[in-house]
Every structure is written in C-alpha cells, then in structure tokens.
Write a protein that binds this ligand. Sequence first.
Ligand code: BGC
Length: 908
Amino acid sequence: MRTFSVRVLDDAFEISYVPNGKTNFTKTITIVCDPDVPIGENLEKIREKLAGIDFDAAIIENPLDYDFSDTVIGVNHQRIDMGLALSNMLNIPVVSHETADREGLETAVENKRTYNEWHLDYYGEYAAKRNYGQEAMLTIGNGYFGLRGAYLAANADQDNYPGLYVAGLYNQLTTDIAGRDVINEDLVNLPNAQYLSFSLDQQEPFTIKHENISDIYRSLDLHTGVLTTTMLVSLPTGHLLKICEQRVADMHQWHRFVLHYEVTPMNFEGPITIFSRIDGSVVNANVDRYKAFKSRHFDITETTINGQDATLGGQTKASKVNFVIGTRLTSQELTADSPANESVTDDILEQSFTFKAQTGTTYVIEKTIAINTSLETDGNLNDAVTSELAQTSFNDVVTANQRFWERVWHDSDIQIDGDLTAQKLTRVNIYHLFVSASPNSNPHLDASVGARGLHGEAYRGHVFWDELFVLPFYTLHTPDLTKQLLLYRYHRLAAAKKNAQLEGYEGAMYPWQSAQYGDEQSQFVHFNPDSGKFDPDNSRLQRHVSLAVAYNIWLYFHSTNDLDFLKTYGLEMLFEIAHFWSSKAVKNEATGRFDIKNVMGPDEFHENYPNADEPGLTNNAYTNIMVSWLFTTLMDLKKQVDQKTWTALTKKTGLTSTDFTRFDEIAHQLSLDINKDGIIGQFEGYFKLPTLDFEKYRKKYGNISRIDRLLKAEDKSPDSYQVAKQADALMAYYNLSFNTIDNILKQLDYQLPKGALTRNIEYYLARTTHGSTLSRIVYSVLSLITGNMDQSFAFFNTALRSDYYDIQGGTTAEGIHLGVMGAVLLLEMRNYGGVTEFDDVLSITPHLPERWHRLAFREQFKGINYSFSFTHAEMTITADKEATVKVFGNTQHLKAQQPLTIKNTEAS
Ligand code: BGC
C-alpha cells in the first residue's frame, strides 16, 4: 500500500513519502501554512506538491484527541478534520498513526474506507447559508415528513433553520405586493417540535452561539439513517459540557421520529435544567427571496401539556388541514417525584426539569415526536398521535429501521470501487431519494416528490418535471413507489383538464408547478436579486411537463408490465395528455406541417421572441420530438390492452377515431428547424438570434450561470441571444435511445447528417451556462452517447457534487436538488453500467469510467430481478428467473440464479 504521512507543526505540514522507485529513502517536504488564508487553501498545497503520484491512503501522525474523529488537526490556531478534507481532495482514506498502529495499517485503511463510504460527515461550526446547506444535506425523513438537520437547541435565525415538512401539506396565502394580490402556495413549515436544550444555574437555555461551541461534529450514518451531532460546549462561566444529539425517522411507523439527547458535565457538578419545546410560532422563512410574502400558514387550535407529554394542534389557514404534533419526554431524571414544569407562552409549549449532575456522568433524555394530519389520518388526530407516542425508544426505532435500510441497500445500492467520493455521494443520493418518498408511507399519501425534496422551502415545495429525473430510479428498484407517485398525477387529472380548458385547450395540461390541487402554481413575476426588481415570469409555458408525466407512465408500464395500472390510470392520463397536444398543434398551411406555439422548452432563459407581443416560442424541438414520441407510443400501447378497455377509455375521455387519425398525422408532420449542418434549432427562429460573448461577461461578473438575471439587470433580455440555462434541444436524446429519436426524426421526414449529434452537443455547450443543476447531468449522458467519456465524466463529477459542494453558491440551503440526485444514479446504471431498458429486453453495453474498478447494482425489469457487476475486464449478470438480455448487441440467455460472465473482449 502506498501512503504518505503528515506531521502537523504549529504553522506547517511536514509531508513524508517514499518516492517512486525508492525503497529505503523517505522524502520530506514542509508546507508552511499561511495563517491569512482559509485552511482549505493550505491543504490544496499538499495536492499540488503530490500531484501525479498515486497514493492509496494518508496517515496523520499527530492528530488531536477526539472520539468522533481520529483525523482532526490544529494548525495556526485553527482546527480542521484533515481526514475529511484530504479524502475529498485526493479520494483516499485518511487514518491516524495511532489507529494504524492499533488496527494494523491495511485494516485501519479498509475500515476508514468503509466508514467514509457510509457516512456524510461535517466538522466545525458553520454560519449562514453554509450551515443551512448542511442542514438540508443532513435531513432525516421517511417520505411522510422531512426534518432538516438543524441542531436541537436551534431556533430559526440567519444561521439555523429547523424546518419540518409533511409531504403534500400545503397552504395558500395572499400578499398584497405593490397593490397586487399575489397568491403563493407553500409546503408548510410545521411547529418546531425537536427543540431540546439545557441551562445551568437557572440561566436562559443554551443557544447555538459561535463563542460557546468549541467543537462540533455531525455524522449521518447512511446505513441506518441516524444523524449524530457531538458538541463540546464551553460557556463563558468556564463550564464545559459534552452534548450528544441523535435523531432517527421511524421508517415503519412513519408518523414519528425519536431524539436521543445526552448531556455530560465535563468539569463541574450541580443542577442542570433540561428544556423541551414545541414551538408553534414558526413561519416559512427558509428562503430570503420570499421574505416579502406572508408566511404564517396555520392557526393553533389547541395546546396541552400533561406531565411528559405535550401536544399542539393546528389548522392551516386556507387549505384547512388539521394537524396534531405530540411529544413525549423520557429520562431517568424525570420522575413522578420531580415532574416537569410546564408553560405555554407565545405559541410555545415548554417543559423543563432539573436534576443534580455529577462531573463526568452522562444524562440521557429521549423525546419521541409524532405528527398526524387530516390529510392521511381518519378519525381523531389526538388519539392517533397518542398511540404513536406509546412505548418506543431510540434504540427500538433504530433496530426496527434496520429491516428497512437493509432492504434499501440490498435492492437499490450502487457499488463503486475505486472512487471513494463517488461511492459516498451515490449513497447520499439514494438515501435522500428514500427520505423524499418511501414504499412504506407513500401508499397512504397523496403526494409526489418536490424538486427540493422535503428538505427546504425553495420553489415552495412544488412538484415539477423533475419527476422525470427521479422516478426512473424508483421504477427500477421499488416500482410500487413509482406507481404511488404517479397516482398523485392521476388524482390531479381533473385539475389538469381544467388547466387546459382555462387556456382554451382540450385534454389535460399538467401545471408547471404543482402542489395540493394540481392547479398552476407558477408565479407571473419572479424576483431578480441582481436588480432588486420583479421580472415577468412565463415559466408556466413549459408545457413539456405533461410529456414528463407521460414518459414516467410509459417507463413504469414498460418496465413492470403492470397492465392493471395502465388500464385503470395510465392510459387515461396518456389519452388526456395526447388530446391536449393535439388541440395545441396547428396546421401551418404554408409549410404543410403542424406547429406548436406559445411554449417554452426546458431552457428557462427563453420565454418569448424578443419584442414579441405573444408569450412563448414556436416549435420547441424537445417538445415537438416528445409529442411525436407520445402519439407513436400511444399506438404501440394499443396493442397491449384489450379492445374493450381501449374503447371504454376513448369514450370516457371523449376521444373519437378522428382524434386518433389526427394524432397520427401530427406524429408525422410536426415541424422542427434543422439547419444545413444538422443542428436542431432549439425553437423556430433560434438561428437568427445573435450569440453572446461569454468571455466578456465572465470577465465582468465571474460566475455567469445565471446570465439571465445579469442581462436583465443590465436592461437586456436573454430572449435576444443564443444562450441557454440548461439542455433543451437535445433533451429527447437524454430520455430515449438514440435509435428511438432517429426513428422519430425519420417519421417526421428529417434526417440528420452523420456525426450530427456530436456537433449539436458542441454547438449547444458553447451556448449553455448550466444555470440549473439539471444541465450538466444531461450533457454527461449526451457526451457518452457520442463517445466522449472524458467530457461525460467531468460533467458527471460536477453533477455528483451539486449539493455536497453547493455548486450554485447557496441554493442547497433551501433544499437539496432531488432531480440531479436521481439523474446521477440513473446515469450510473443506464450509461456507465450501460444497462438500458428501452427495448423489450435489457440491453447491456457498459462504459466504466477509467478510475472505477468495479460497478455493481441491482435492477428490476419486467418482474425479473437482475444483478450486475462490471469490471474493466468482464461483467457478471445474474437474474432470479430465466431471462433474455442483449450484451454488446448479442442475445444472451440467463438461467435462473446462474451468473453469466462475459469478457469485455467479446464487445466487438
Ligand atoms: C430548472 C427547471 C427545474 C426547476 C426545479 C429550475 O431552475 O430550470 O428545469 O424544473 O429548477 O428544479
């Protein structure tokens, strides 16, 4: 094993290693740490000095002594977990000398690697958006609720935001903005029921203040979903305490979560008071941009405190959803002889109790929290909450959860050897997908996955086309969960029909932003932080969201053969969506083709033609290709269902044979704007727009990813330029196979010259600023299709780190980006694993990134459970039933439970 070691001096790092080809010579370099730059920059010098040398691990000779991590160091009076930082930087495990001595180097490194692959850790106390972002990343939940990873003693302020959300629990509020009534529907931030703190000598309860915290370490265990925070508190009075907080969402009894709180006085004895609260005074305040809008979403209807228990009941102001949140405190120190003090002031329920603490003794308090709402609970909510609170403990829940997480990691894990960071962040993504929706809770809910999960308030918790990037992962692992999420759309079919009707169309037009009712929740104006003004917002014209719904229905059916679903729900939605597009397509007598007007593609920088009176654009390529695909797919699906069902559904949806004839006509005659080089115009007239000098803007502003805002602040419009926020014209190549798109283009009577896709990618990349996290991941897939692995992997790596590094500089604070998380996972399976599910049998052509030694995952397709393992030399496929697959284009038969190994040399 090749290692280097680091000895930390007061103001320098001493790095030692054995250079290439030497055996008994150790090279030592001293790197002086500049005290005036962030410590990370000093660490970067290590990377620079060791560039080009491969190491398997690093050893820290003299770390500080902590029980939460063996790699924290102190230099220049600053502390950092050098292990975490170097691991991220160099993608290798980092151990302490002492651990290596104790466990043996090989074992210590392997243990650390496994630890890193299964934990999301943060060391140190961060403020503002940085801390908000970590809270989002450390959210626990179970599809029913999401609880941000804020400290238990934190109240909402500029550094901390303890948000709690229940899936599908929205409320609308009206705010008068400059004489105009603006209605917003928000995922409601519920009362903060996690609050626990302590005080000494009858002081005020301890609050999270930088000067009081000497160390803090947070660790999310992805194996179990337990978040542990260890805090060393040093008060101005000289008292030292160790606080350890743990929390876990119950994945089975999904109405509840449990907190385990430990207090240890380190250097004193005396009375300690514990405070527990349900804070009903909270508002929705996670997103600065929304501050001008009303934010108090519920009224409190009842409060009760009774010994260990407290309950707060409330009702949302407009949606009239009732909820009850109950808490139960348990502690050996809380006895019948010394019951808790109780108070209710300013919507805050507080219980407190005092005990005499001894130095070095750990005192344990547990708090169980249950939430029931009238959305999913029939009958008395108080009774439901009381029964949820009955007899449980932190350990019981952790044990019970084991079954759930074991299953998740058995069925849905993606294993990556040779890339520690990719492995860790892949599991982080899988974890968050199951926090945002879960097979246990979702069958009882009427909700789908919001663009920002249940992790924050950006986009007000709304559901977008982002489902397109998330649902396929569920479809291939927990297909029933996809079905539940698609039912959210089915239950809003009537609303989608009304949306269409309101705009003068037939069929169903799903809203760009969907919440409780399925009406359009997009705003007409959008706040521009760069100009301080509200700009018009036409994003609702992204009618392609209905195509995303259709795509997910098709992929679910295609992957599961769930005919029941298709007949009962899926086809009806597809008919209505098709009807909408048919009513939107207009025959252009001049071209003899159909046009689709007044739409926006995924690229949100283009809302109109410059200086046009009408909103939207004509013939967005992505939309038109997907509409043609939809009509064609509908005809294919006709073969799958019996005539009776088909006829009954046509009757139900009011379609006639004339409609179907028209669908077919449109599918063959939609218009695209393709230039002589084979570049697919994003929309009609795109080629006439001038390009923008990106370099000039980069020089002026640095980061130009949101060039739309910068241009608007300069009184210009992105509408006027060939500039894109994200992948648009080529999106269809992301959704479907190259051949499918090729066939659609042929059926539309277009033909792209050879090599056109590569040219299209280059063309659009030169015009794209990646202002959405959904951009790079799409380009990663596209780059791979055209064989550009290098480019694909570079985009993949940035997309993989979207939230971990908060690459948009502050947006993770307002919730994770679930779309890119799902898309990263899908790419690993569909593109790097190369297992595509577009045909009737799985087709397998792996493209393993150079640095990955092995990639392995499972997947369900048409009722068969497959497992795949890929190395650079070979692949092994196992199916639980007899199956046929295509490997490198050749048909292969698999016997049940018998692994088939194929060498990559057979690829030709
Ligand atoms: C992207 C959309 C996306 C939305 C919600 C926007 O920034 O442009 O494509 O649906 O965020 O994630």
